[in-house]
Design a protein. Structure first.
Length: 321
């Protein structure tokens, strides 16, 4: 039987602040005692969080059911053990963000695929837009990529708790010059600022799998066999900036991570008469790329809310691609 999620709050109303606060405490356990003592301590925390947060539990179960039905990536019918493992990997990922920010994560454990095109763009002096997802250790990716000196990243964040967590990363490494831009919506002033940064050869990173609080529009894309609302903001912004668009995903691989870069478009074209169809096409390309990564690493997607029902308030354009 397919799991349904009863409530439909916006993801920003749920937040991850309490769980992140617990990871901050456990970071020091890892710092003093190591990885295995951290894991021993984290499983009781994960179990309590799992059983006391039904929305988290149901959302995780729904994701795994749809992933398995559409791709067979799990190799078995989802059960409660998958949910515990899902949250446990999220906890490990939070730890790795902190370890990376402190400069203690081994760089040789981070591999990459497809970054040559992004680096070529950066080396030519051009900027671009990078669409990310809530998967793997993207903070680690930003840290590693900046250490190469090739990508100057500006990250758009939509909630204060996300910025607060990144302040924690900044405390661990004051030399981290990652630029965070908190926005509720991209108005004219923000658009001008971002255009200046792209013109200067910098990159704008924005999530493509969560709808901002004040998003004006979404489009439907088929994701894991079901219609899912996705924000059009990344593609509208790329159209305004007239810059290349890449997707950056991060998944666990072996003892570390692998970064996956893929160009979604050299230029985003939005013909006036077929604007919605074009936006749906770009969103579908993103959803297909995300699916390919999740087939490789099913537990690496960290959206613990009713993902397929998140377009409760925004204006929603239902487009068949």
């Amino acid at each position: 039987m397919t799991t349904t999620v009863d409530k439909n709050p916006h993801w920003a109303e749920i937040g991850e602040s309490t769980f992140v606060a617990g990871i901050w405490l456990l970071y020091w356990i890892h710092r003093v005692l190591g990885r295995w003592p951290f894991r021993i301590c984290i499983y009781p925390v994960v179990a309590v969080h799992w059983w006391t947060r039904p929305l988290v539990r149901k959302s995780s179960q729904q994701y795994f059911e749809r992933l398995q039905a559409h791709t067979g990536a799990l190799g078995h019918s989802p059960n409660w053990r998958d949910g515990i493992r899902h949250l446990a990997l999220f906890a490990e990922t939070m730890l790795d963000k902190l370890v990376a920010a402190s400069g203690r994560y081994p760089v040789d454990r981070v591999k990459s695929t497809g970054r040559e095109a992004v680096y070529a763009t950066a080396q030519s002096g051009r900027g671009g837009l990078i669409v990310t997802a809530h998967m793997g250790c993207l903070e680690l990716c930003r840290n590693i990529e900046q250490s190469q000196g090739l990508l100057r990243l500006n990250v758009l964040v939509h909630t204060r708790h996300a910025e607060q967590f990144n302040r924690v990363l900044k405390r661990l490494n004051p030399c981290n010059d990652l630029k965070l831009i908190e926005v509720t919506e991209v108005g004219p002033a923000t658009a001008v600022l971002l255009a200046e940064k792209v013109a200067a050869g910098e990159f704008i990173a924005i999530a493509g799998d969560r709808i901002p609080v004040f998003a004006s529009k979404t489009v439907d894309a088929m994701f894991l066999g079901h219609s899912a609302p996705l924000p059009v903001g990344p593609y509208v912004l790329a159209h305004l900036l007239q810059c290349p668009v890449y997707m950056l995903g991060c998944i666990h691989e072996g003892l570390g991570y692998r970064l996956h870069f893929k160009q979604l478009a050299e230029r985003v074209q939005l013909p006036r008469r077929e604007r919605d169809v074009a936006l749906a096409s770009y969103a579908q390309h993103y959803a297909d790329t995300l699916t390919d990564l999740l087939v490789q690493s099913p537990y690496d997607w960290f959206n613990f809310f009713p993902f397929w029902d998140q377009a409760a308030n925004p204006t929603h354009a239902s487009i068949q691609s």
